[in-house]
Design a protein around this ligand. Structure first.
Ligand SMILES: [Zn+2]
Length: 272
């Protein structure tokens, strides 16, 4: 993902080269156990068990499936590569999606090293001015347009769990990967507020429903639903209605609870 972010490889053609090997070892050092050896060649070959990853070896006749772990010599010769296909490839295209996938992978496999690993992500250069100073923690949410930081923080404090239905990403069944959104309570266009207390983690369905004022988290910590919903009209509406008075999942950091102002804003606009 770092190399994709930098435009050095594409999901279609991930080169087995020195750059890939060195990015691997940088991450490896942070998550290794004491007996672990740094062997990027192993995942490069054996990830082929996942249908979305196919390693190839280039020869005079073209590209043939790679049959053995690739060597350092092959890295120097640049004759081995892997192809990533959907659905994983779809999550590699935009910085926001990549960030989401990175967060999911780290949360699933390296939760103990989350902070250190996240600092290595080479995504910042895509969105931020090169050479600009790192914003400090208090400053991160004060500026408009910092949606990557907002999203990251919301997913972190809700542990990637929908605050309505509790849906959480399940890996490694990556095929059925479902992502949770970081939703603004008062829309960003109105308040330009990217502070986590103006946000909540929601699955796609509940994000959609909240944005259409069919459901709203209320200041008393429970969900309210719109009176326009009719249970017998569709199973979807029935499900939304069942959310009524269910508890709103709280974030892990009390300081980042949704603000009363933002919750009231939502409740007042519930479709009547
Ligand atoms: Zn949900």
């Amino acid at each position: 993902m770092d190399l994709i972010a930098q435009g050095k490889v594409t999901p279609d053609h991930v080169s087995w080269g020195q750059e890939l090997r060195s990015r691997f070892s940088v991450y490896f050092e942070l998550v290794r156990g004491s007996n672990d050896q740094c062997t990027p060649e192993n995942p490069f070959l054996y990830l082929r068990q996942e249908k979305w990853w196919t390693p190839f070896q280039q020869d005079t006749k073209g590209a043939a499936p790679l049959e053995a772990t690739p060597t350092v010599g092959q890295a120097n010769a640049n004759i081995v590569f892997a192809k990533i296909v959907a659905p994983v490839a779809n999550w590699l295209i935009t910085p926001a999606d990549r960030l989401c996938l990175r967060e999911a992978l780290v949360a699933r496999y390296f939760p103990h090293a989350r902070e250190a690993v996240s600092r290595l992500f080479l995504e910042g250069s895509v969105q931020e001015t090169p050479g600009a100073p790192e914003p400090d923690a208090d400053d991160t949410y004060a500026h408009p347009g910092r949606s990557a930081g907002f999203r990251r923080k919301i997913l972190e404090i809700y542990d990637c769990q929908c605050a309505a239905c509790g849906l959480r990403i399940k890996l490694p069944q990556i095929k059925d990967l479902t992502f949770v959104d970081a939703a603004h309570l008062i829309p960003f266009e109105l308040g330009h507020n990217d502070h986590p207390s103006n946000g909540i983690a929601l699955c796609k369905n509940h994000h959609w429903a909240m944005d259409r004022f069919l459901i709203a988290p209320s200041p008393d910590g429970h969900w309210q639903v719109s009176a326009t919903l009719v249970a017998r009209r569709s199973p979807g509406e029935k499900e939304l209605l069942e959310l009524k008075n269910e508890r709103v999942l709280k974030p892990s950091e009390p300081a980042f609870q949704p603000s009363e102002e933002a919750l009231l804003w939502r409740c007042k606009r519930l479709a009547a």
